[in-house]
Structure formats: C-alpha cells, structure tokens
Design a protein around this ligand. Structure first.
Ligand code: SF4
Length: 510
C-alpha cells in the first residue's frame, strides 16, 4: 500500500539500477489510474529488477527521479488530441519537442491506438512508436535502449524489431498482434481513480463485427478472447482487493463465455457476496434476461447500446447487422429485468446517410418511448470520422455546416418526444478527422496548434498561418488507388480486403 494505492503485485522497492523510465499519461492522475493498458504496461516493466520506472501524469508535481536521469519517456497515445498534453508535459521537463533537437535528453516514444493507426502527423516528435500490442515490445525496446547508449545506434536496432516504427530509420513496419495468453487487469487500485477502487479486467481484444468505420475493431483483428479459467482466476484475484469489477473489451458479449461469467458473478451475489459489476457497451443481440439480471443485481442500473444508425438500410451499409425488432426486444428485456434506463449510441454523417435515416432514428425512439413508459431513454451521438485501416478510410466527412444542421435536427426532434440527446462537437470531430487521415506535412501544423493554445480557434489559426489545406484530409473522398500516409504499416486483414469490404458495404444502399 502506497498512500491511496494498493499494488496487486510484488513491488521491488530497492532496485540496484540507474536505468530510469518515465511512463507518461496525457491526462490527470485520476484518469491514469483507470487506464488499464497504461497501468499494465507500467507493471510489466516495474516487475524487472533492472528498471526504475515512474508514472508521470499531466498533474504530476513532484517526481521521484531527477528528469536528467531519465533514459526513456514513453506516452500512452489513445486520443487524437493527446498530442497537446504530451507536448506540454515534454516542455514542463524542458525536453525539446522535436526529435531532431534532442541530443542528451531521453528517447521519447509513444504507443496506443492513434499512433498504431497513423503516426505520420506526429513522426517528428517521437523517436519511436510501438505499433500494435505493446506488452512484450516495450520490454524489448527497453533492453535495446539499455544496451546501446548511442541514440542512433539504439534507434537503428529498434527499427529492426517487429512492431516498432522509428521514423528516422524504418521503411515498412509490421503491426504486432499478441496472443491473449494472460488476462490483463488494473494492477494498482486506488480510491483516487476516476473509477474509484475498481478492478478492471480485459475479457477480449478486438471485435469480429468489423463495422465499416470502427478503428477499435480493425486495429485489433483478429478477435482474441481470454480463456474462461483465466478470467475466473483474475476475477477472484480482484475480489480479494475490492468488490468493484469492470469487464472490458470492444465487444465483450462476443466472448464465448460471457454468459458463463455473468452466471458466475450472479451466483456469488445470490449467495450473499457484495459485488458491483459494470460492463462496457453491449451489443443488442447480447442482451438476455440473465445478463441484465446480473448487471442489475451487481448495481448497474443503466446500460448502453450502440446502434449507430436508426435505419436498417444504413446499419447494413456500416455492417451493423441488427434489426429493429432486436433493438425493441432488447429494450423490453432491459426494462423487464431490472434496468432503470438505456442509452443509445448513434452516429451522424455516416456514409450514404440522408435525412430519411435520421427520421428513422426519431421514429425508432418514438416507438421505444411509447412502449416503455417510465423507462429512461437517452441518446448520445458523435459524427463520422474516417479512420485509417478501416473500409471507410477512403470516405470524407460531410461538411461541418450540414452535420451541425443534422445534429440540431435530431436533438430537436428527440427533445420533442421527451428524449435527451447530446451530440459531440462537430467542429472538434472535423479536426479529429484531419489528424486521423493526416500525413507528415501536419507535424508543423500540430506544433502551431499547440503554440496557439490548443483550443478550437488554434486549429483554424494554425491552418491559416501555415496555409494548410485541412479539408483534403477531413472532407475529400479518396479514390481506392490513392497512396495513403499509413500504407507503410502492414496490418491484417490488409488493404485489398478493405477495398473489397468498402465496395461490398457501399453496394448495400437499398
Ligand atoms: S460492434 Fe462495436 S466494437 Fe464491434 S466493430 Fe461494431 S462498433 Fe466496433
């Protein structure tokens, strides 16, 4: 136990080494303590006798190690806008932002979904990137950096490792996909975490559904599931420290033992154990009375369902093959088995979307509301952002003006029938799309955005100052033969598959 932190593994307090790594989290301490991947990476290096490692967050004020002694500073890069916090953290410790300006400073690296999909807009700031699953690659990278004190020598060797991209030396990079032989979990529990005292465990990685826009699916194919025995063992470990369990995975209900795990938890609660359990968003076809009963008994009184689009036509285009009857039944099941409410996730501006599709969303909401009086129904929308390595990577966004009109339309119409809806900022989503499909010319642009304060206006100002055409990244439809900035990253299932899928999905228009 350290202050408010409980370690679930044996720490080694007096290591006999001077090799220091900082693991950076571009957010506050509370969020870092609920970030499963970040904490697991920390643990996997902290367990080694010959590595001193420290967690550094955006609100870290006092560090255990002197910044001058740090040899490696790695960042978790999960959201497009994380670059802003990463830059401010580097400046806080007087580290030059661009790699070419660093000589004696630590090597700076990043890993996570954003830079696995497309590191090009940030390639001048990081010495290397971890592309794909980083659990094992991190340790390989550390061992290389320990062996070679000369920066270029270390970077050359790093560029030879599968799953590592060194902008200075790499040509092609193969994304690393790991077998899920172990179940990863939050190895440190804290009452100061955003999800207070919660033991989070990963049930599965990836999603086999392959919705056309979904980075979480395509970045992590194939779907990998932790074995039932491993899950039970991990749940039992967590329950010795806390009664709060969260099951994580892009689509946990696809796990072949999801229902068995729910049954296991339900039995424990029934026999008097106090367990609070939550799950990430469920798919409509996974909702069964047993699952809902377990969630309700475990204190989760609201659930979220990602339907993405209101019309069956558009759901077919995006590969979300669920029908209206299934959605309506899922809500009824949730209501009849102990839930107080349901939140739907949807998207605005999906490829081929028309106002008819939005009206279908409103009509579906009306049907659900009428059939389930007293049940809390709400909606959350984001707007379509084309993501690299997905079948929709070639499709540009609709204009900000049109998307804002659509967002206002759905909000107003849902409000009329007493349903609250919130929509993500269309303007921020535009800039997210710019970064998402950006190329190496954007390195100076992101720096200028940062220098101008990183708010919405800073993006526009940076584009004006540098005369950058950002619409070509966010709005343009690309032809299938256009070379893409992330083509050099070899990733399964590969570009030919994505092309076929693009054609197949766009033919589903009637
Ligand atoms: S079901 Fe969800 S996680 Fe799976 S591909 Fe579709 S949007 Fe992504």
């Amino acid at each position: 136990m350290n202050n408010n932190e409980t370690y679930l593994y044996n720490t080694k307090p007096n290591k006999n080494t001077d090799f220091v790594i900082w693991m950076g989290f571009p957010g506050c301490y509370a969020f870092s303590m609920s970030s499963l991947g970040y904490l697991w990476m920390f643990k996997s290096l902290d367990e080694h006798e010959d590595i001193n490692i420290e967690r550094i967050c955006s609100d870290t004020n006092i560090t255990k190690y002197n910044p001058n002694d740090v040899k490696l500073f790695g960042f978790s890069f999960s959201f497009d806008m994380d670059f802003l916090t990463i830059f401010s953290m580097l400046e806080k410790y007087n580290i030059p932002l661009k790699s070419k300006d660093r000589t004696i400073e630590p090597l700076i690296f990043a890993g996570g979904p954003v830079v696995t999909a497309n590191p090009e807009p940030y390639k001048e700031f990081f010495d290397f990137f971890i592309v794909g699953d980083g659990e094992d690659t991190n340790l390989t990278a550390v061992n290389i950096c320990k062996k070679y004190s000369n920066r270029d020598e270390a970077l050359k060797h790093l560029s030879e490792v599968e799953g590592i991209y060194v902008p200075k030396f790499s040509k092609n990079v193969k994304k690393l996909t790991k077998k899920l032989s172990e179940c990863i979990y939050t190895p440190i529990i804290s009452d100061k975490a955003f999800f207070k005292n919660t033991f989070i465990l990963e049930m599965s990685r990836g999603c086999a559904n392959r919705c056309g826009f979904c980075l979480a699916s395509y970045n992590n194919l194939p779907l990998r599931c932790v074995s039932y025995d491993n899950l039970i063992k991990t749940i039992e470990l967590g329950l010795t420290y806390t009664n709060k369990i969260a099951l994580l995975g892009a689509q946990i209900s696809a796990h072949p033992h999801f229902h068995d795990i729910c049954g296991y938890i339900y039995e424990k609660i029934n026999s008097g154990q106090n367990i609070e359990m939550s799950v990430s968003s469920l798919r409509v076809d996974a909702i069964t009375p047993d699952v809902i009963k377990t969630l309700a008994a475990a204190g989760q009184k609201n659930t979220t369902l990602a339907i993405e689009a209101g019309s069956e036509r558009l759901r077919k285009v995006i590969n979300k093959n669920i029908n209206e009857e299934q959605i309506i039944n899922a809500v009824k099941l949730a209501k009849d088995n102990g839930m107080n409410g349901i939140k739907f996730y949807g998207m605005i501006g999906l490829p081929t979307e028309t106002y008819e599709d939005l009206e279908a969303t409103i009509n579906l909401a009306k049907t659900i509301k009428t059939a389930n009086k007293g049940f809390d129904v709400s909606f959350g929308f984001s707007s379509f952002v084309p993501k690299p390595n997905t079948p929709f990577q070639w499709i540009g966004r609709q204009s900000t003006k049109l998307l804002e009109e659509k967002a206002n339309f759905v909000k107003k119409e849902l409000h009329k029938i007493g349903i609250h809806a919130n929509v993500s900022s269309i303007k921020w989503d535009y800039w997210q799309a710019v970064l998402s499909r950006g190329d190496e010319t954007l390195n100076d642009f992101v720096l200028e955005v940062y220098k101008n304060g990183g708010k919405l206006g800073a993006f526009k100002k940076a584009a004006q100052i540098l005369n950058t055409n950002t619409d070509c990244f966010a709005l343009e439809d690309y032809t299938l033969d256009k070379p893409l900035p992330w083509d050099f990253i070899e990733m399964s299932p590969g570009k030919n598959f994505l092309k076929k899928e693009y054609k197949r999905l766009l033919s589903e228009t009637t």
